[in-house]
Design a protein around this ligand. Sequence first.
Ligand code: ADP
Ligand code: GLC
Length: 523
Amino acid sequence: MLARVLLVASEAIPLVKTGGLADVITALASALRDQNVDATVLMPAYPSALEGATGLREVATLEHLPGGPGRLLHGCMPDSDIRIVLLDTESFRARSANPYLDQSGEEYADNALSFAALAHAAVAICAGRTKLPKPHVVHANDWHAGLVPALLRANGVTDVGSVLTIHNLAFQGNYPMDLAARIGLPDEMLTADAVEFWGQISFLKAGIRYADRISTVSNSYAQEILTPRFGHGMDGVLNYRKEALVAIPNAVDTALWNPAGDALIARRFTQSDMKGKIACKWDLQKQFDLPVDPFAPLLALGSRITHQKMADVALLALPEILARHPRLQVAVLGRGDHGYEQGFKQLAEQFPERVGVHIGYDEQRAHALHAGADMLLHGTRFEPYGLTPIYSMRYGTIPVASRVGGLIDTIVDAGASGAVQEGANGILFDGELPSDMVEGMDRAFGLFARSAEWQTMQRNAMAADFSWSGPAQQYISLYEQIAPEHARKLFARQAPATQPRITGSSGATRALPRIRVGRFSHA
Ligand code: ADP
Ligand code: GLC
């Protein structure tokens, strides 16, 4: 028998994606399956998921979900053996454009009930109330699945271990308290030491409070979220649960983001033969209406266009950066806040032939961007992990990024002056002011002019190992600790020698002790 894990999430590529969560869920499920863990993904049956999934068949009808009835459909990801279960409700079926926002950019009014239904569906599977086998561990991701650990407790399901992974603490799923009864939360959970957060019900806090283990996606972010600056108001409850908090860094799908085998780029290339990158640069300049010039430094920006990603700062800094570096070209790919999107469009008008902007979500263009650019500017106020700069590094595109969160752990800064630091693969800058970004870009240009050193950084960036096998093993080790007694040996067979890191009381990371925690002992 294999160890069974139910991953609960709102997004998974290629079915639905708004950010890095989607990449991580599918890659993790695949890596777990490679290591003989039977991982299944439970997610909403958005129209794109219904359309993309294969072999769907009904495995349960759930009459009494918050917001109305639903059914569970079991099938596979397209072109893959990754198993999925889709929660099909009227509400999720209606979400064709964006999973969270309506046509006018407002949160759907029924988000609380819809994602509460997702958590109830997970509990039904964990309680053995469907035709699916009961998992040994349920792994909830972000606020969308935050209610799962609390509802397991409320429903007396004690033989399934629970993990909550925080991919982004800024999104919390906070909703009016008067929904509690419809959501299925008992009165005793509505207090400040349970799920109440500033007078509201917080889905994310419910997960933090009741999960057997909480994990987040980089060592540095795990430290940061215990502080008021990065805690988004949750640092109190996170400190309370510090002994259950671990960091398991993300990784990337190294087959999908691979310059040597990428079908979405103009010409493939490798570390030892970079000629293809010149063709990719040519292609990127064409795609973004920039003059084709192999010698013009080409800077990419590619992310959600939001306050988190310092879009406001980039808009103020870029005119100055363009003025200081007259040959520079800029290619921007992104979607996000309307005001910032307009700002980038205006920038392109203000700097014709120097700034090309594509507003929208476009997987092919994202690959072209990372493959063809020389540098990636990735300012961000906080970054739990940050897949985007890693994607760029895989293609020898040097990131110029904020020194926060996961970026501290994955980018080795070239250093302020003089010789380039050993192993450097990027540039990190401090601060959130336009001048901080300008200074980071000045340093990047200084290095770009020293081609031998630049090439060394490119090689370092391309050689770094960001594969999923290590992190998947760390998750398995974590699952082993919280699985019911009889199932631990199933995970133990797969468990690695190295243990996930826990934040601990000193603030320094240390190996998570192999303690046997009583169920809900910290809750
Ligand atoms: P976050 O999850 O905070 O948005 P990450 O960098 O971890 O940040 O992940 C972002 C993911 O979304 C990456 O896979 C990136 O390529 C993708 N992405 C973001 N914006 C776009 C876009 N406009 N078009 C295509 N892919 C995008
Ligand atoms: C979030 C974070 C990002 C992380 C991703 C996957 O959206 O903002 O830093 O890489 O989740 O964990």
